[in-house]
Ligand binder design. Structure first.
Ligand code: RFL
Ligand code: PHB
Length: 401
């Protein structure tokens, strides 16, 4: 089989890339190990930067997003029994974020790719990528019916997440990676109850971090900091609600409780692997970098990577290598900014097991500073709503012509 771009992984990165390439008249084959139902139900991110919303609109993918997405003009930071609003619109000249679940983006993308007749295969096994430093890298996989296939490509996009096969296919000496594993995890629930807040609440608490998010006016999404070796079986619903109510408690406010629809525990790490290209294999999204979820950046980074990659591949396939050559550096600029922001939010808001008493005081000093200094609050707001990466902001402080 011959295709222009072989894409591994039907998460947001792989699906959006195949659509953006199709808009440029470039064909692709996209293979995914999981079933369509699994991909559409996997509970993950919920917050889109305004740049991500604009990208999805430009790509003609925002019909449902424009109806169901909920625009938020800020967040609440809660600490020392106070809840302080950080007003993004006011601080950043009108910018906002949109609450729209990753599950919905994935559903929108799959429906659109199938309607457009894309080569999209779920339930594949034994995916392999070869000849990465040649002009025709190959993608091999076993389809759901057991037949073995080989796609001869002009380029391969590794969009197969942190545990995928593409990054490990790059010779070890060609990559440098940086990693930090945090000594805590998030227990997340999806609950059939209207949210008890109009905007997200990020709460610092002596018992550990808590986050109140939402999926719609009827469905809440909440998270609790737990130990990374915690077992979900130790957390019956009553215990989860009691812990959430305690950590989010505020005089005059109460947490509405309801049936738990889904629950799970996720570990937290920061990870960056560079460069994001080896020969004609390009890595995008979680395959190349992971951030802890506290800054709500992972999905946005995955979408931003493939926006850059679609233009780079278009150039490469038409004889202009310049954007492909700068792909990794362009993306890593944004990746490192978000890696720092996510680390900063995470370490400011979570209780570090075994830390001395000084640590909580330093965290509270930082939180009070954000709540009282326009400069500090603006820094949080512009990072959360999304800094447009690229020469414009990189060079913003340079003087002269
Ligand atoms: P994905 O979504 O992991 O998709 C990779 C796909 O590749 C498939 N795959 C393979 N397919 C074929 N052959 C193989 N050998 C394969 N190996 C793997 C996998 O089955 C999968 O379908 O990566 P992608 O596309 O890069 O997207 C990244 C995002 O999913 C991720 O960054 C976000 O979910 C992170 N994240 C958040 N990001 C935000 O921007 N805002 C948020 O509010 C936010 N909240 C979160 C989050 C992640 C969380 N968890 C569970 C880690 C909250 C949580 C709890
Ligand atoms: C979510 O709604 O799932 C969510 C929101 C904000 C975060 C992380 C996750 O920082």
């Amino acid at each position: 089989m011959r295709t222009q771009v072989g894409i591994v992984g039907a998460g947001p990165a792989g699906l959006l890339l195949s659509h953006l390439l199709a808009l440029r008249g470039i064909d692709s084959v996209l293979v995914e190990t999981r079933s369509r139902a699994y991909c559409e139900a996997r509970q993950r991110a919920g917050v889109l930067e305004d740049g991500s919303v604009a990208l999805l609109r430009r790509a003609g993918l925002a019909d449902r997003l424009d109806i169901k997405g909920i625009e938020h003009g800020g967040i609440y930071l809660q600490f020392a029994s106070e809840r302080r609003h950080i007003d993004f619109r006011e601080l950043t000249g009108g910018r906002s974020v949109t609450v729209y679940a990753q599950t919905e983006i994935v559903k929108d993308l799959i429906a659109r790719r199938l309607a457009d007749g894309a080569a999209l295969e779920f339930g594949v096994t034994d995916t392999e990528v070869f000849d990465l430093d040649s002009e025709h890298p190959r993608l091999r996989y076993t389809a759901a019916d057991g037949s073995r296939h080989e796609a001869i490509c002009d380029a391969i996009a590794g969009c197969d997440g942190f545990h995928g096969i593409c990054r490990p296919a790059i010779p070890a000496g060609a990559l440098t990676s940086w990693e930090r594993v945090y000594p805590y995890a998030w227990l997340g629930i999806l609950a059939d109850v209207p949210p008890s807040t109009d905007e997200l609440i990020y709460a610092h608490h002596p018992d550990g971090f808590a986050l109140h998010s939402l999926r719609s006016q009827a469905i809440s999404r909440l998270y609790l900091q737990v130990s990374p070796d915690e077992e979900i079986g130790n957390w019956p619903d009553d215990r989860i609600w009691a812990e959430l109510a305690g950590r989010l408690e505020l005089p005059g406010w109460s947490l509405k409780q309801g049936p738990v629809l889904d629950k799970g525990i996720t570990g937290m790490r920061s990870f960056v692997s560079a460069p994001m290209r080896y020969g004609r294999l390009f890595l995008a999204g979680d395959a190349a970098h992971i951030v802890p979820p506290t800054g709500a950046k992972g999905l946005n980074l995955a979408l931003a990577d493939v926006a850059v990659l679609s233009a780079a591949l278009d150039g490469l396939l038409h004889g202009d290598e310049s954007l492909a050559a700068s792909y990794s550096a362009t993306c890593l600029n944004r990746v490192w900014r978000c890696t720092h922001f996510s680390w900063w939010m995470t370490t400011m808001l979570h209780r570090t097991p075994g830390a001395d008493k000084m640590e909580a005081q330093l965290q509270l000093a930082q939180l009070r500073y954000i709540a009282s200094s326009r400069a500090a609050a603006t820094s949080l707001a512009e990072n959360y709503t999304g800094i447009a990466a690229g020469p414009a902001w990189h060079d913003a402080t340079k003087r002269g012509p």
